[in-house]
Every structure is written in structure tokens, then in C-alpha cells.
Design a protein around this ligand. Structure first.
Ligand SMILES: [Fe+2]
Ligand SMILES: [Fe+2]
Length: 150
């Protein structure tokens, strides 16, 4: 599977988890706990894979350099929000607000990747490269989660 399709599937999965999270209330602490950990697991492996196998190509090409560096910084922001959300009590208005910020950040990041970075990456990477990066990411995900990406 090429890298764009593979990453897009991850994005869909994360977006659907975030939608579930968005629908929870302050009384649903256990559900929030469970969902936020799932989001963290999905995003950790996804971001690591992008940073290891995909962004490096884009950080060296003129057309994609700025966007790729911006994406990397966005990963850091999301990661730090996730750590706070995991550590903090789930039944507060503060947690709800922080979770909304996380959702906005992740959705923005995904839109930027799919809407701007991927189209430009298609000009930088050959079809063969996009396939082989996709395979590397699939292997990486299998090794780190024990679940094939399909
Ligand atoms: Fe992504
Ligand atoms: Fe990303």
C-alpha cells in the first residue's frame, strides 16, 4: 500500500476515536480514560512512523520542507496535550476544554497533511518511493503493535 493510503487509513481511525471522545460527558470518566489511551497508542505509532520514514524525505525537498517541519512541531504539541489529558482527572470542565483543543489540533494537522503536504509530496516522491515508504511503515507498525496494517 502506498504511504498516502496507509496514513489516510490511520487518520480515519484516529478521527473516529476523537469523535467518540467528543461525544463523552464529564460523567464518563472510564470511557474517556479508555478512549484517550487508544488515541495515544494510535497517534504514537503513527507519528513515529511519519517521523522516521516519511518526513525525512520531505524535510530535504524545497517544496515540502516548511510544511514538514511544521508538521513535526505539531506532533510535539499534540503529544504534550495527550500526556496532560492522560494524567489529569477526566471529569472536569478543564479536561473537556483541553480535549477540545486536542481534537482541533489533530484535525487541523490531518487536514494540513492530506490537503497540502501529501499533494506536494506526490511531486517530490516517485510512485516507487511512495510504495516502499508505505511498506516500511507497515512493517514498522507490525513490529510495534503486533497488528498488521492490512
Ligand atoms: Fe498523519
Ligand atoms: Fe503527522
Amino acid at each position: 500500500m502506498d504511504v498516502y493510503k496507509l496514513l489516510h487509513e490511520d487518520h480515519r481511525k484516529v478521527k473516529s476515536l476523537l469523535k467518540e471522545l467528543e461525544d463523552t460527558t464529564e460523567r464518563a470518566g472510564k470511557t474517556r480514560e479508555h478512549l484517550i489511551r487508544q488515541v495515544e497508542m494510535e497517534l504514537e505509532i503513527h507519528s513515529e512512523a511519519e517521523e522516521k520514514f516519511f518526513y525525512p524525505y520531505l524535510q530535504t525537498a524545497k517544496e515540502t520542507k516548511d510544511l514538514a517541519y511544521e508538521a513535526l512541531e505539531e506532533h510535539k504539541v499534540v503529544k504534550s496535550l495527550l500526556q496532560e489529558l492522560i494524567a489529569e482527572a477526566k471529569g472536569t470542565a478543564e479536561w473537556t476544554a483541553k480535549c477540545s483543543v486536542l481534537i482541533e489540533n489533530v484535525e487541523h494537522h490531518i487536514e494540513e497533511e492530506e490537503g497540502e503536504l501529501f499533494p506536494k509530496a506526490r511531486k517530490v516522491l516517485s510512485k516507487e518511493e511512495a510504495e516502499s515508504i508505505g511498506e516500511e511503515i507497515e512493517d514498522y507498525k507490525e513490529q510495534h503493535t503486533g497488528v498488521g496494517a492490512g
